[in-house]
Design a protein around this ligand. Structure first.
Ligand SMILES: Nc1ncnc2c1ncn2[C@@H]1O[C@H](COP(=O)(O)OP(=O)(O)OP(=O)(O)O)[C@@H](O)[C@H]1O
Ligand SMILES: [Mg+2]
Length: 450
């Protein structure tokens, strides 16, 4: 065993490592990726595993005294009789906006003086930061004193655009960070509710959002869809041109229309900027599919989320009739994202958008019935659009050294994109920054006018 002063000397000789952590705090599961700019063979990003899996359940178990993070009712049946709090992220939106029933489909246990969604979200993000720090230190062989983590939390674009929700999630991100700094790791992912409340109270005195400049804001919280596009824009396999991106997660569907625009540099056209023309998210996703499938199969509503991950097999068995309404809402969200996009395009751009390609991400992208409603252009042309899945970025691997399977990318794209600094993402124009295209009164000249 090395002596204490040996260890001190090793720490002293070490150069502090600055690591960027992306947290995709999902409605069903969270995904963590960290970026190490000083990795041995050059900059690398790594997917963090917990209990051998990269999908870390976002549900929280409550024993009556203690909260248990990172477990799920399907995988942790040994926990016995506990109350399960699920889809916490969407419940926060309900609590903040007061629009109950608008964001969530799963059950929420009725526990007297139980935790609020807000408390659970803060504690969950704290738990995730701690798990990530543990994994980073283990991977690098560094003590935690020599690792500096900067953390970006992804949130749905719909939340980012809503001032109340943006502020709330910013508060959650910063409070979780402060809890981690002050209290360190959650041992075994467990914490008494009374202690948790006391720690939250002590750490709550944060300056408000006004003091966070825009660049810093995007480094603390960033829209998931913006992050998910990073592997696309950076991939050499994706050319400049018109695209749509649709993310079907557990709680939300998000659709966006954008172009990757080139710039003429070094005597050639290079991919340069992202221009978003129209974007829309709706609180309808795989949890809604699960609720509909459960109703069709006479499964009690409180057990509907047990269908998570089994939707494809279930739909193959019983057909799509039970989820027809949900499919329509996912399609409608896609069409409604196109509506504000179309007037922003010039005639030539609009023509190119007749054949845009569609990138699918999120767990719903693995369900063919869902992918099918997105192959028809929002304007209803006869031809089918090309659906594309994301390739695995060359700098991404798992902490256990195994390579990433392509079918895992729909789940990992957001967390991977969050590992970039806001300033490293290609310049982005949001729909509000893109004015409508000027239209000539006549699109073409008549022969007589020439
Ligand atoms: N093979 C699979 N493994 C896991 N989940 C799957 C699989 N196939 C489909 N799913 C569905 O995908 C959902 C998870 O997708 P994803 O991880 O994109 O959602 P999320 O990030 O938790 O939610 P959101 O983005 O709405 O917050 C699960 O709830 C499940 O319904
Ligand atoms: Mg997601």
């Amino acid at each position: 065993m090395p002596s204490a002063c040996c260890v001190c000397k090793r720490v002293y000789d070490m150069e502090r490592r600055f690591i960027r952590l992306g947290i995709d705090y999902g409605t069903s599961t969270s995904k963590l990726v960290f970026r190490d700019p000083k990795a041995q063979d050059g900059e690398k990003a790594y997917v963090i595993l917990r209990e051998g899996a990269f999908r870390i359940p976002s549900s929280v178990a409550y024993t009556g005294q203690e909260l248990i993070f990172g477990s799920s009712p399907e995988q942790h049946t040994d926990l016995g009789k506990v109350a399960w709090f699920q889809s916490v992220k969407m419940r926060v939106a309900e609590e903040v906006t007061g629009k109950y029933g608008r964001f969530c489909y799963g059950p929420w246990p009725n526990v007297s003086d139980g935790p609020s969604a807000n408390e659970l979200a803060v504690l969950s993000v704290w738990f995730l930061i701690g798990e990530a720090e543990k994994a980073v230190c283990h991977h690098l062989g560094f003590p935690k004193e020599m690792v500096s983590l900067s953390v970006t939390l992804g949130i749905p674009m719909k939340f980012f655009e809503n001032e109340m929700l943006r502020k709330e999630f910013l508060r959650i991100a910063r409070l979780a960070r402060r809890l981690h700094e002050k209290c360190g790791l959650l041992v075994d992912g467990r914490l008494g509710l009374a202690t948790a409340r006391e720690l939250i109270r002590q750490c709550s005195e944060l300056p408000d959002e006004m003091s966070v400049p825009d660049g810093d804001l995007r480094n603390l919280i960033r829209p998931e869809s913006e992050a998910a596009m990073c592997p696309t824009v950076k991939s050499p396999a994706v050319a400049e041109g018109p695209y749509a991106e649709v993310d079907i997660g557990a709680g939300t569907s998000h659709a966006t229309f954008f172009s990757i625009l080139p710039a003429f540099r070094h005597q050639r056209w290079l991919k340069d900027r992202l221009c978003f023309y129209g974007t829309r998210s709706e609180a309808v996703g795989m949890d809604a599919v699960d609720a509909a499938l459960a109703a069709r199969n006479h499964i009690p509503h409180e057990q509907s989320l047990l269908l998570r991950g089994h939707e494809r097999a279930e739909i193959d068995k019983i057909g799509t009739a039970a989820i027809e309404q949900i499919l329509q809402r996912i399609r409608e969200n896609y069409v409604l994202a196109w509506r504000p996009a179309a007037p922003k395009l010039s005639w030539a751009e609009r023509d190119r958008f007749r054949n845009h390609e569609v990138f699918l991400v999120g767990g719903g992208s693995l369900v063919p019935a869902i992918a099918r409603v997105l192959v028809t252009h929002p304007d209803g042309y006869d031809h089918e659009l090309r659906l594309r899945s994301l390739g695995v970025p060359s700098d991404l691997s798992r902490t256990d050294g195994r390579s990433i399977a392509r079918e895992d990318m729909p789940f990992l794209a957001v967390a991977y994109g969050l590992t970039y600094y806001a300033a490293e993402i290609p310049e982005t124009f949001t729909p509000d920054q893109v004015p409508p295209a000027p239209r000539p009164r006549k699109p073409r000249l008549d022969w007589e006018e020439m």
